[in-house]
Write a protein that binds this ligand. Sequence first.
Ligand SMILES: [Zn+2]
Length: 193
Amino acid sequence: MDILLSALAVEFRNILNIWLSPDDLLAKHTTKAFPDRVSQNPERRSGKVSGNAPNTPEKIKETKNRTVDPEYGEAQGEAREYLESWYMDEDKEMFCQLCQAPQPVVLDRKPYFEAVDCVVGINSHHAENKLALCPNHAAMYRNSGLKPDDVHRLILECNNQRISLNLAGNEVELRFNPQHLRDLRDVLTARNR
Ligand SMILES: [Zn+2]
């Protein structure tokens, strides 16, 4: 009987989810708090991130039939884990840094997101230089014609974890988890030394 009741409860919840309009879903998502946790030991972490930055493997291009980077798959996996550690909340919902809300696409029962180069043109795989974006915002960010020097400057200058960007005519706000922003600044600063 209990099994039957719990099966009915699941079914009822599924029906309710179908009935939620897109606006309801958005409202449900936008009321959630953006993940703001940081490292317990910021100074030690900062030293570690800065120390690793010069030793991070360079992006390699091998010419076969097409240009491929043999490190890409592994580096991308590491970047995804890194981003999940800062942008996934305790309910396992993954926040998009531009939506600033859990993004709704689910693949294989996991929230789908893209790990996109933040400052484009850096010739090494730094997980810290990736953004967690939903597929729509990933496409917007990649194709917006942002100048890497401008993004670099905004990241070093911003003082509240948010930077304003114009993505192909759309004014948007990119929000960082505080620890991610610190890590990224450490990498950019270490590379400029
Ligand atoms: Zn988004």
